[in-house]
Design a protein around this ligand. Sequence first.
Ligand code: GDP
Ligand code: IMO
Ligand code: MG
Length: 425
Amino acid sequence: MANTVIIGAQWGDEGKGKIVDLMSEHSDVIVRFQGGNNAGHTISVAGKKTILHLIPSGILHPQALCLIGNGVVLDPQVFLEEVDALVSNGVDASSKRLGISYKTHLILPYHKALDAARESARSKDKIGTTGRGIGPCYEDKASRIGLRAGDLARPELVKAKVERALSEKNILFTHLYQREPMDAAKIADELLSLAPRLLPYLKNVEEEVSRAKMAGKKILFEGAQGTHLDIDHGTYPFVTSSNTVASNAATGSGVGADVLDTITGIVKAYTTRVGEGAFPTELFDSQGAFLQKNGHEFGATTGRPRRCGWLDCVILRASARLNGLTEIALTKLDVLRGLEKLKICTAYKYQGQEISYPPQGEGTLGEVTPCYEELPGFDEDISGIRTFNALPANVRRYVERVEELVGVHIAYISVGCDRDATIVR
Ligand code: GDP
Ligand code: IMO
Ligand code: MG
């Protein structure tokens, strides 16, 4: 059976949570492979919403084993809060079906403090991070001074590592950012007080995934953020601090790349972005306001309003290439209802030339002008439709045109936030 990687093809919030939940019904193992609680994945079942930041979006399906891979950065407090919230809603979030890799790096209070201090010091040059300490935690991983989940069993190591990390960071806090120094012993003690609850969740994730692969079980890899927030391939420096592209599903869960069969790119039927950075098709008029209102475009993590704009097939073409997309799930198509015309960006004008891929070089995406094609809109309520052929002609035309422009088959069409509001083609 085919294993599937789910990734965001735009700037995040494409509806990955919904599609992972949907596909989890027929999956045995679901693995988160990068990012942390900067993510906010919303699942809606029979009108009941569940928002997950760290725990894989397959958790509502009792048969699924949910794993957090080595590529994730995990805030221990947030993880436990999420477990408690699920349990209070009657979901089994025990270590029988939920695991964290020994190699997963931990987000500590000084990562969050550094994230906040940097952002406020950058002032108008800020990245617009979620403030969850994601960047500083990945920095410590790359600097080889990070704490990993497996360290929790060794109190002396935890204390030494926290002390070591703070010996540098306190100089930044006090000298550069004019903040109070942080207390290493207190931070280590607080972390160690959570260890008894966290340790049972530790698993050899790479072995679990490999065993599932050998047994012919179906594995679903859940990405966070989106392709254009990728640390290498996104709109640097306005990106997150991990690789969000599909190939990182292998690295971030500790398996060989041969396990990745189907690569599903989640594409919102228009574009949104939270935080700073270039956004060629952004709308500043009543149409942008329409998308924000009808699409309820407010961040699930920080509550910030999401910037909205037309669908951009140039960035989608790049996503198809960077991820090796084998199919697309097109979400939030219902939100476009009521717009008289639907615009699709087919190419950019850049330095007097028409280009079909984003230009290379920092800041260059901010210098392009989008070239649009206009399609007729639709007025019908499509949220109850469950087959492609039953969709109004103008809706089918939009879907087929996107497919043509991006060059990837649209296999799923989502017409409402609920699990059931999906057309499988
Ligand atoms: P993710 O980060 O990619 O998982 O996406 P988010 O959960 O942050 O944002 C997507 C939002 O759109 C959530 O509130 C979903 O419930 C909602 N959503 C997903 N698919 C659809 C859809 O087809 N139509 C509508 N109206 N809402 C959707
Ligand atoms: P999901 O998984 C949308 C954005 C932030 C900021 C940049 C860097 O829900 O799609 P960070 O805190 O990661 O250092 O912030 O990345 N960002 C997201 N935007 N959806 C997300 O996740 C995001 N995670 C991070 O807004 O611009
Ligand atoms: Mg989100």
